[in-house]
Ligand binder design. Sequence first.
Ligand code: SG5
Ligand code: ZN
Length: 258
Amino acid sequence: TGNLWGYGKEDGPSVWHKNYPVAQGDRQSPIDIVPHQASHDPSLGPVVLNYDQCTSIKIANNGHSVVVEFDDSDDRSVIRGGPLDNPYRLKQFHFHWGVKGCHGSEHTVAGNSYASELHLVHWNAVKYTTFGEAATAPDGLAVLGIFLQHHGRFVKAVFFFFFFFLLQGSAADFKGFNPKCLLPSSLHYWTYLGSLTTPPLHESVIWIVVKDPITVSEKQVTCLAGSSEPALGRLLPASGLYLHTFLTQGLYTRNWEF
Ligand code: SG5
Ligand code: ZN
């Protein structure tokens, strides 16, 4: 079919526009975040995460990435504040990583990539009735991006997700996981209006990219070698990029014990 895409030479980011013309649109993601070019917007407040109801349902591996899905039938797990006008429901999170183990992030900061990037995908259930509808609307999605850097401590939860990637094509129950254990202790962020980073590349994402990475051990990141590639080469200059600094409430608890 004409809708196949990937990260190879023939089907990679540089040719996505053939099937998805919006790839050449003006709010495409990812971008290179240049910190000193970001303006401070004093009207932006802190981002607040309510994940403590632990609404995860299952974990799945489609051969490209690992995704953890959440019950999004109500507002038990939401992100609010920051650039968002209303709470957005957590739908799923997934990871991006690279073949070399250390350049897997999609966003870059002043031209530098991180080992991996975690995306927590939320949707606007106040304005839209389904995730699918929200995913095509300009204010439909809010994705919280978290960088993973190596040279840190071994993080069991992260090891678990990456290990699950080795189990190609599998899925399992995964109830009661609180993703707060995957976040850094401060949620200073950059925000800009962007898109999904993979086809269909809808320009529907309010990006909230957290400045501080979480650190994981080098071993657990390099075990990802040979998996997905970030959409480098599509990195565009940032327009309307805002920096906001705010300290959040320390560390978090979770139910899942690894
Ligand atoms: C990844 O990024 C995700 C997609 C996600 C896009 O390709 O895929 C995986 O992690 C593999 C399972 O998530 C899914 O396909 C869920 C099964 O697409 C969406 O979130 C759909 C709207 C793009 O998301 S991103 O912009 O945050 N990177
Ligand atoms: Zn993603």
